[in-house]
Ligand binder design. Structure first.
Ligand code: Z5A
Length: 213
């Protein structure tokens, strides 16, 4: 639960789902209504977090234990939440974040099979009761997402996984969305970029209308 005056919106999905391509569009729409917007990402978002991100995504490092991967994700998140997200929300900004803790449940839980209660324990430790106001889940078939990501450039450490890993991640995201329909907004990301932007634009407009009370 976010009790700050600004809204916290997160963008989630498998590789190549179009989160990054659509974040800027969301920012433009919200800014056009006169609100101030901060865009960030995870892992990363702060100076310390970006260093942790380099370690997490480095394709030249030897295999990392899944617990190490999870703890580094949450170390980056603790820094991000305390030093950037919370202060920005308290100042009334809307914060748009490319991935957040749902990604830990999907990738480290669904993909790496870490028990969900262990991830929940870390989430509660680092965030207390704080959760995103809305999470946009960009959903599309794994083969389409991977082919888009591949066309864009060289794969990082996590992107080098097999398709089945991403199938498990997609299923985990969809399960979470089904369990929390009031927080998740499902976007059909298999459509053209224009059509995806239209879906996102409608959802953002609803948030803006509601925030103007
Ligand atoms: N990770 C984790 O494991 N646990 C955690 O807790 C967190 C993260 C927070 C870094 O994330 C990695 O960290 C990520 C999860 C893991 N795993 N990997 N690999 P990231 O967000 O920085 O990187 P990413 O997920 O790899 O992002 P991405 O592949 O860039 O996906 P995207 O942002 O959703 O897609 P995009 O860059 O907007 O689009 C990809 C390409 O498709 C691009 O060329 C676009 O022009 C094109 N595109 C986008 N939309 C369309 C449509 N609609 N039609 C056609 N083409 C399109």
């Amino acid at each position: 639960m976010n009790v700050a005056p600004g809204l916290f919106l997160t963008f989630e999905g498998i590789e190549g789902a179009g989160k990054t391509s659509n974040l800027q569009h969301a920012k433009d729409l919200i800014e056009a209504s006169g609100k101030s917007v901060i865009v960030s990402r995870e892992p990363g978002g702060t100076e310390v977090g970006e260093k942790i991100r380099e370690v997490l995504l480095d394709p030249d490092l030897p295999a990392m234990h899944s617990d190490t991967e999870l703890l580094l994700m949450f170390a980056s998140r603790a820094e991000h939440y305390q030093h950037k997200i919370l202060p920005a929300l308290n100042d009334g900004n809307w914060v748009l974040c490319d991935r957040f803790s749902d990604a830990s449940f999907a990738y480290q839980g669904g993909g790496r099979h870490i028990a969900i209660p262990r991830i929940s324990a870390l989430e509660n430790w680092v965030l207390g009761e704080f959760r995103p106001d809305t999470t946009f889940l960009f959903d599309l078939p794994v083969n389409l997402g991977l082919s888009r990501a591949k066309a864009r450039g060289a794969a990082d450490r996590i992107e080098q996984e097999e398709a089945e890993f991403f199938e498990q991640i997609r299923r985990c995201y969809l399960d979470r969305a089904a369990k929390e329909p009031e927080r998740f907004c499902l976007i059909d990301a298999s459509q053209t970029l224009d059509a995806v932007r239209q879906q996102l634009g409608k959802a953002i407009q609803t948030l803006l209308d509601n925030s103007q009370g």
